[in-house]
Ligand binder design. Structure first.
Ligand SMILES: Nc1ncnc2c1ncn2[C@@H]1O[C@H](COP(=O)(O)OP(=O)(O)OP(=O)(O)O)[C@@H](O)[C@H]1O
Ligand SMILES: [Mg+2]
Length: 282
């Protein structure tokens, strides 16, 4: 007889006398019981792995406690992994970029210790902000997504969009008389990322909506912003120096501001390619 058949016919073990008898638990053998119990407890991983881990436990003479810890650990690891996958999916990143893929040598203006600290995600529960300023192609969006992915791994919900899409979303809600409800919904996300502030100028109404978004998260939830413009020029984008100043004030009160300088990674890659072609043609 194989071990597998032996296991299938294993009788249910005697239970302590004070165990309540649940009519719905199958009485016909241990596998059926475990199958039922793991489904009822919504622990499908345990349902899948208990048998293999039990085999390993027998082979390696584990204690009952060690076996229990091992199956629970597997369930927790799977649950955390699927939570992270879900958080990354619902963040709506335009592409998945990781900090591991980011070439730090290209960007000496970025302090590695600061980036490493931000990558722990610890700024999120403190409702602190991150502002990435710098010229086109320097890697602002890449870093913002990379940090967003890290925050998702650390267990925080994230929502990414461009500044103009955020405005469009708020304008639609405002139009429907639902602005407060929308801001409340957005507050459920622990970190929001607003990409590309500065490329498209906003009219006064849009600037006011943007201000309300920042104000509604002040000391409540983290905001990460990327912009090609230094703060001194935000008044141009928001067509109002006063609103821009009030917004910047709230954003930077508890924030890490990273000002990046250097060449565009996009054009550098192109320059390198052109250089290589020229060298081969010579
Ligand atoms: N240091 C780097 N290492 C690896 N890839 C990089 C680096 N910097 C930028 N990139 C890549 O170069 C491209 C441009 O970077 P990114 O989009 O992040 O720039 P940006 O600062 O957001 O520019 P823009 O202001 O035009 O939006 C992306 O494909 C990004 O992944
Ligand atoms: Mg960008």
């Amino acid at each position: 007889m194989t071990t597998a058949t032996k296991k299938k016919t294993a009788p249910a073990p005697p239970l302590p006398a004070d165990t309540p008898v649940l009519a719905s638990v199958p009485a016909d053998g241990l596998p059926a019981q475990l199958n039922y119990l793991t489904r009822a407890l919504k622990t499908p991983t345990i349902g899948r792995v208990w048998e293999d881990i039990a085999e390993q436990a027998r082979d390696e003479n584990w204690s009952h406690e060690e076996y229990l810890a091992a199956v629970l650990q597997r369930q927790l690891a799977d649950r955390e992994a699927s939570g992270t996958t879900m958080r990354i999916r619902t963040a709506h990143f335009p592409a998945i970029k990781t900090l591991e893929d980011f070439n730090l040598d290209h960007l000496p203006s970025l302090r590695r210790d600061v980036l490493a600290h931000l990558a722990t995600g610890m700024f999120v529960p403190k409702a602190e902000n991150v502002i990435l300023l710098g010229p086109p192609g320097i890697g602002k969006t890449h870093i913002a997504i990379g940090l967003g992915v890290k925050a998702a791994y650390a267990g925080y919900s994230v929502l990414f969009d461009t500044a103009s899409n955020w405005i469009a979303r708020l304008a639609a809600a405002h139009h429907a008389g639902q602005l407060e409800a929308e801001l409340k919904k957005i507050r459920r996300y622990k970190l929001i990322i607003i990409d590309e502030v500065g490329y498209i100028p906003f009219d006064q109404d849009a600037a006011n909506l943007f201000f309300q978004l920042i104000a509604s998260r002040y000391e409540q939830g983290s905001v990460m912003v990327t912009s090609n413009l230094p703060f001194g020029r935000w008044g141009e984008t928001f067509s109002d120096d006063v609103v821009a100043a009030a917004m910047i004030d709230r954003l930077v009160h508890h924030a890490e501001v990273l000002t990046l300088t250097g060449d565009s990674y996009r054009t550098r890659t192109r320059r390198e390619l052109l250089g290589k072609n020229r060298a081969t043609n010579d």
